[in-house]
Design a protein around this ligand. Structure first.
Ligand code: HEC
Length: 123
């Protein structure tokens, strides 16, 4: 028994460690992560005053309303959301217009946010 007990204990520790929850990946926050990107890279043209294509990206209301052509977000589907596809569009349609594309990290973040349901958190 003297030998077995530590081995059993060790085995138990290993099993429990393997079971330890792999903390759920934190959801992307609109307020903390998405809004700052849009404010920095998009709001110059898509702000409250005379927004291009009537698309105001400076507020949840504006983003939800979309452009003069309709919604720019299909919650849960980044591939169908203009907010996402415009970031990787070819040629002059790519946003932000007349500027370098957003870093891949930020494009991924926006895609994730849309795929997680495009929720507007307030904190
Ligand atoms: C320099 C000005 C400018 C900036 C910056 C800019 N846009 Fe645009 N955006 C435009 C113009 C102009 C249009 C109208 C379509 C066109 O002419 O390409 C447009 C159109 C769009 C559309 C298409 C709307 C529709 O329904 O057809 C989306 C989506 C969009 N922009 C998203 C963004 C996002 C997201 C950013 C920031 C990453 C951004 N834009 C930054 C000027 C800009």
């Amino acid at each position: 028994m003297k030998v077995i007990a530590p081995i059993v204990a060790l085995g138990l520790i290993i099993v429990l460690a393997a079971w330890a929850p792999v903390g759920p990946k934190k959801k992307v926050s609109y307020t903390k992560e998405i809004a700052p990107i849009l404010t920095r890279s998009c709001v110059a043209c898509h702000g409250k005053e005379h927004p291009k294509e009537d698309l105001d990206l400076s507020s949840p209301e504006g983003i939800t309303k979309g452009s003069e052509h309709g919604a720019v977000i299909v919650a849960g589907k980044s591939s169908e959301s203009k907010l996402c596809t415009s970031l990787v569009a070819k040629g002059g349609d790519r946003m932000p217009r007349k500027a370098a594309p957003l870093p891949k990290k930020e494009i991924d973040l926006i895609n994730r946010w849309v795929n997680e349901g495009a929720k507007f958190d307030t904190k």
